[in-house]
Design a protein around this ligand. Structure first.
Ligand code: F6P
Length: 545
């Protein structure tokens, strides 16, 4: 990959100067002087419509941002990813989640070998298993059909499938209950299995590494729970399936290799929904719908790879995010889906974005002198309107927001959907244009209340609108954000596909686990706060006086 320091590029400097002007702009003024921007600043790709006109940008801003993307080599970087170059350099791996949903006949090579036959073989095996579970052909150890599928995994081995099973619920077979256990907090396991019959329960142990502490502890608890009921170790073969890259550890755990669904080290955990990690979703919605989702991913992949920067939806979202993050001082980015089925989408994007771009050294290992990934957060509308939107409208923080909505509901109920969408449109209008003190006064508001009822506006939003939340649009939506995150990582000159930042906490937890559970009075060599807290916990647990 090209080596550069983004802030030293002339294109970056030009944007800094441009941002000084932009700080004076107001969206009211931008729309007054450019009334057609609401139509012009929009585009369609892979079934998604994006309106980005309610951003503090002009055509000139977009041109300058595009120039930056070009100078940072975004098209070449995309090409390098799609052609299997080892762009995850700190882990010495290619990054090929796009191969998982490559619906064309194009070969994808890793070290000279086409990986597509492996990808298709696993999809075929997943299809066979999903059908067997859905038709009742797959029987538990006592001969009963499977009614509960419990995914045990965490991070990328949980957030994607959990979010997707919720998102595509209207397409799912409601006779099969899907559950997700991720947390090492025993409450999660106990509450998720409390009402389940082990004889009708299939566990999917999902872990790329098959060494993650939380997942291994929950999987061991599941095996014990299952065997306590079935009293025969042979039951494991009918009730446990592994989704992993690590054959050795899967076998060590005692899961039959025929029950293992493989993926590969070139699939990052947070990019793994289309791999074997998607098996719970395939069981829920069936192989056909799963493939439609892959089609949606693939069409956004192609759009990203083949479309010029200035009509490229992920690139546009990336650059707008960068504009606020690096030039206008925003610290966070809100994801606001107006669809209850997308309730877990913000949490999923949190991992995708924050684990990818929460980095403070560049690709040369030097501390960055520029802001990298934002804090990503959000909740579905309209719930959020009655909680945190006050700050979005009248707070002191600049929070760019993505509003995501659909023209048709899966659950037409009275005029609910029209009301939902009225709110959806109203919010971006209110955020952009606000209400001036003159308008407030003209409405007869007492003078003392005018400042409180005034809305400054000028709050930027993107609107993503699609016909309906289908497997296809859903796949395209996820791929849109994946490529947005990728593009930003390229411009920030950081590695988006490793996650060394999660290691320290894990290592310290290992050590502290030994210390909290040891007999006697183990010496503690942490700082005084951590020592004191550990002692207090040990005393409370009766492990020392
Ligand atoms: O702790 C972070 C992480 O490594 C994520 O990147 C990953 O998605 C998650 O843990 C789970 O990892 P695994 O699938 O290997 O259990």
């Amino acid at each position: 990959m090209q080596q550069f320091t983004p802030v030293d590029l002339p294109e970056w400097r030009a944007l800094e100067t441009h941002a000084e002007e932009a700080k004076e702009w107001h969206l009211r003024e931008l729309f007054r002087t450019d009334p057609e921007r609401g139509v012009r600043m929009s585009l369609e790709a892979a079934g998604l419509f994006l309106d980005y006109s309610k951003n503090r940008v002009t055509d000139e801003t977009m041109r300058r941002l595009m120039a930056l993307a070009g100078a940072c080599g975004v098209p070449a970087a995309a090409e390098a990813m799609f052609s299997g170059k080892p762009i995850n350099a700190t882990e010495r791996r290619p990054v090929l989640h796009i191969a998982l949903r490559n619906r064309s006949n194009r070969p994808i090579l890793v070290e000279g070998r086409d990986v597509m036959s492996d990808v298709r073989a696993v999809l075929d095996r997943m299809t066979t298993l999903a059908r067997a579970v859905r038709t009742g052909e797959w029987r538990g150890f006592t001969g009963r059909p499977i009614r509960n599928v419990v995914n045990i995994g965490i991070g990328g081995s949980d957030l994607g499938p959990a979010m997707a099973c919720e998102a595509l619920k209207p397409f799912s077979d409601r006779r099969i209950a899907l559950r997700f256990i991720s947390n090492i907090d025993g409450t999660h396991f106990v509450e998720q299995t409390r009402d389940l019959d082990p004889a009708e329960t299939l566990f999917l142990v999902a872990s790329k590494t098959f060494t993650t502490r939380e997942t291994m502890a929950n999987a061991a608890a599941a095996r014990a729970w299952c065997l306590a009921a079935m009293k025969d170790p042979a039951a494991v073969a009918r009730h446990f399936v592994a989704l992993s890259t690590n054959r050795q550890e899967v076998e060590r755990f005692g899961i039959d290799r025929r029950n293992m669904f493989e993926f590969w080290d070139w699939v990052g955990g947070r990019y793994s929904l289309c791999s074997a990690i998607g098996l719970p979703l395939m069981i829920a919605v069936g192989p056909e719908r799963f493939m439609e989702m892959l089609d949606g991913f693939h069409s956004m992949d192609r759009h990203f790879l083949e479309t010029p920067l200035d009509r490229n939806m992920p690139v546009i979202l990336a650059l707008l995010g960068l504009w606020y993050n690096n030039f206008l001082g925003a610290e966070s980015h809100a994801i606001l889906p107006y669809d209850q089925y997308l309730a877990r989408f913000p949490a999923y994007l949190q991992q995708l974005d924050m684990e990818s771009n929460g980095k403070n050294v560049d690709r040369q290992g030097r501390p960055v002198r520029w802001q990298t990934g934002p804090i990503v957060w959000g909740e579905p509308g309209t719930n959020g309107q009655h909680a945190f939107y006050q700050l979005l409208h009248q707070g002191t923080k600049l929070v760019p927001c993505d509003f995501i909505g659909f023209c048709r509901s899966h659950n037409p109920l009275g005029d609910h959907h029209d009301q939902l969408m009225a709110n959806f449109f109203a919010q971006t209008e209110a955020l952009a244009f606000g209400r001036t003190s003159t308008e407030v006064e003209a409405a007869g508001t007492p003078a003392t209340l005018v400042p409180f009822k005034t809305f400054k506006g000028n709050r930027p939003t993107n609107t993503i609108l699609a016909e309906q939340l289908t497997p296809q649009t859903f796949g395209a939506l996820i791929a849109l954000y994946e490529h947005k995150v990728f593009t930003q990582g390229v411009i920030w000159n950081i590695y988006s596909f490793d996650q060394w930042g999660v290691q320290l906490g894990k290592e310290l937890a290992e050590r502290i686990f030994q210390e909290t559970t040891a007999d006697g009075r183990p010496p503690l060599a942490h700082d005084s706060s951590t020592n004191h807290l550990i002692r207090r916990y040990r005393i409370a647990r009766g492990r020392e006086a």
